[in-house]
Structure formats: structure tokens, C-alpha cells
Design a protein around this ligand. Structure first.
Ligand SMILES: O=C(O)C(=O)C[C@]1(C(=O)O)C=C[C@@H](O)C=C1
Length: 359
């Protein structure tokens, strides 16, 4: 074959490529419409019966020279890409999606802007035990110029025989201490029916890992105008986590802080495995601020500092950690909470890190 013939044939292939491309794009537009209809109807996107019917019809009209096996392979690839495009369309249409809103959402907690580029911090005891206990931690938080105090009043515990928290009494203690020290309260709510009453006492509603897919609680939290700190479930994928946040936003409340708190893996050196890559992925996929809870993800005081540094290094908007005036006698999580001198050192070191790394 002469070079001239090859060029000629390749020229015709190039023309056909453009035609095939046009047809694939036309098909994709139709498939995107189908995707929207299916989403509305809530039916499964993957439809193997429809795919089989299409493949059978294609084989029937195949006059060659493409063998039927190859034909099926090519079209199976087209169907798979169609599915991926439909899934991307749905993901990008979510209210929490960065594609939908490019600018960062800034969550305002009594004047503190979370997500404005400067990392912030939430500290406090695992569980509220007494006024004196909470006040000791709050004073230490305040002395550092920080403004957010966490504390658990309702404690979802693995065992029903473990300390379940002081309930409303605990929220009242948090509120009293917050009023006296000028701090804002972050506290977990575990039941939709507690929410309205709790809002009187707290500034940020925490939805804990075990409740990340408590859809009634998510919807209820979405119907109030209070910031929500939503923790990732113990075994939740990022997609499930993002959809949990979507439940809240879909009800009208977009003041949400996502919180990576470690996921359950086979590794036992830490209580959970801190999925540090979740931070940049959540920042890319959503416009919401992202926090890292270094206490629950690691369960180890000796690595709180390096993991907090890692969180800030990968772009977290803040770090959450537990502090107790006397962790040895804490009613929950005794081993993993910092005492006040450890807290002082932790915070001094993290500030040093932020100063040298331009946060
Ligand atoms: O017809 C549908 O229901 C589609 O979603 C479109 C389509 C296709 O590419 O033709 C895509 C995925 C399904 O598994 C089946 C078919």
C-alpha cells in the first residue's frame, strides 16, 4: 500500500470519528434526560434488562464485519459510561455540591466564621459531668482566646449500662458556663423531639456518627436556623456522608460543618482510622467547611498533635478534641481526653505549627 492510500484511508477514519463522536454526544444528551426522569421516579439507574434488549437488537441488525462479541463489548462500554454520566449529573446537582455553588460556605457561630480560611477549634469534655468540670475546661479555652466549647449531654453509648449523659441538666450546665465565660456551645442531640427545646441552650447542634443516617433527625435539624456539626458515620462512605448533609440543606439550613472522625477498619492501633484524604475530597466535592475530630478518630492522646497538624496541612477548617480536668476519673472516654496542662501544650504546639505554615 502506498503512503498516499494510507493517508486517504486515515482521512476517512478521521471523518467517521467525528460522526461517531457526534452520535455518542447526541445519545449522551438523551441518556442524561433519561437519568433525570429516573431520579424523579426514584428508579434504579442500572437496568440490565434494558441493556440486554438493546444488545439483542444490535446483534440482530449487525451485518459485520464487527463480530457480535466485539459489538457487545463496545456497547457495554457505552452503557457503562452513560451510567457514570447520569451519576455525575445527580451528584453535581446536589445543593451541597461545589459544582452547584463554587464559593465556600462560611458557618457563623456567634461571630466566629468557620470556613473562612483560618482554622478554628472546638474543645471540651466528652461528657458533661458537673458545673465545676465544665467551667474548668471553659476557662482554659477562654484563656487561649478561643470561643467554642463542646460537651456531651446525651451520650449514645455502645452499652446501655454505660453513662448515658445528664440530658437536659447537662445542656443547662453548658449554657450556664457559656454565659459566664462568653463561649459558644457545641452539643450533640440524638432525638428529633429534643431538638427544639435544646436550641435554647446550644449554639451548634452536633449530629453524631451513630446518627449520621438518622434521616428524621437530619430533616429536623434542617428545619431550624442553627449551625449543625455533622459527624461522619462509623462506616459511612463519603458519598453517604455528603447525602446526609444534603438532607439538612434540602430542608433549608446550609449552615453545616462536616466532621471527619475516623472510620472503622481492621486496624486496631487506633480506635478508628482517621481518613485524612476525606478532608480534601469533601472540600473539593462540597462547599461546606470540614473539621477533623482527632480524639475520636485516634483514641490516643499521644498522636493528637501530629494528626491535628495533618488535618490543618490537608486543608481542614478546624480541629475538635476532648479535654477533661481529670481524665482518669472521667465518666466516658477516660483514656483519650487531654488534661489541662496537656491541652495547653497541644494548643501552643498547634499554634506554632500554624504560624510557621501560614494558616
Ligand atoms: O434506558 C435507560 O434506562 C438508561 O438509563 C440508559 C441506559 C443506556 O445507556 O442506554 C443506561 C444505563 C442503563 O443500565 C440502561 C440504559
Amino acid at each position: 500500500m502506498k503512503k498516499h492510500d494510507l493517508d486517504n484511508l486515515r482521512g476517512r477514519v478521521d471523518e467517521l470519528n467525528v460522526k461517531v463522536l457526534e452520535l455518542i454526544n447526541e445519545r449522551t444528551s438523551l441518556v442524561q434526560e433519561i437519568g433525570k426522569v429516573k431520579e424523579k421516579q426514584g428508579v434504579n439507574r442500572y437496568d440490565p434488562i434494558r441493556e440486554r434488549e438493546m444488545l439483542n437488537a444490535l446483534v440482530e441488525s449487525n451485518n459485520g464485519p464487527v463480530p457480535n462479541g466485539v459489538l457487545e463489548q463496545i456497547f457495554k462500554g457505552i452503557f457503562m459510561s452513560a451510567l457514570e454520566i447520569q451519576e455525575d449529573d445527580i451528584k453535581n446537582a446536589l445543593l451541597v455540591s461545589r459544582k452547584r455553588k463554587a464559593e465556600d460556605t462560611i458557618v457563623n457561630v456567634n461571630g466566629l466564621e468557620i470556613g473562612n480560611g483560618t482554622p478554628s477549634f472546638i474543645f471540651g469534655p466528652c461528657a458533661v459531668e458537673s458545673y465545676e468540670q465544665v467551667l474548668a475546661v471553659a476557662e482554659s479555652i477562654k484563656s487561649k482566646g478561643l470561643t467554642m466549647l463542646r460537651g456531651g449531654a446525651y451520650k449514645p453509648r455502645t452499652s446501655p449500662y454505660d453513662f448515658q449523659g445528664l440530658g437536659l441538666e447537662g445542656l443547662k450546665i453548658l449554657k450556664r458556663v457559656a454565659d459566664e465565660t462568653g463561649l459558644s456551645v457545641v452539643a450533640e442531640i440524638i432525638t428529633p423531639s429534643h431538638l427544639e427545646e435544646a436550641l435554647e441552650y446550644i449554639d451548634v447542634v452536633q449530629i453524631g456518627a451513630r446518627n449520621m443516617q438518622n434521616f428524621e433527625l437530619l430533616k429536623e435539624a434542617g428545619s431550624f436556623n442553627k449551625p449543625v456539626l455533622l459527624k461522619r458515620g462509623l462506616a459511612a462512605t463519603l458519598d453517604e456522608f455528603i447525602h446526609a448533609a444534603e438532607y439538612i440543606v434540602s430542608k433549608g439550613n446550609s449552615q453545616i460543618i462536616l466532621c471527619e472522625r475516623g472510620i472503622r477498619t481492621y486496624e486496631r492501633a487506633t480506635r478508628n482510622t482517621l481518613d485524612i484524604s476525606a478532608v480534601p475530597i469533601l472540600k473539593q466535592e462540597t462547599h461546606l467547611p470540614v473539621y477533623v475530630d482527632v480524639t475520636h478518630s485516634t483514641g490516643r492522646k499521644d498522636i493528637l498533635l501530629p494528626t491535628a497538624k495533618a488535618a490543618i496541612a490537608v486543608g481542614a477548617d478546624g480541629v475538635m478534641a476532648e479535654v477533661h480536668p481529670d481524665p482518669a476519673v472521667a465518666l466516658s472516654d477516660a483514656a483519650q481526653q487531654m488534661d489541662i496542662p496537656q491541652f495547653d501544650e497541644f494548643y501552643a504546639e498547634i499554634q506554632k505549627f500554624m504560624n510557621t505554615h501560614g494558616s
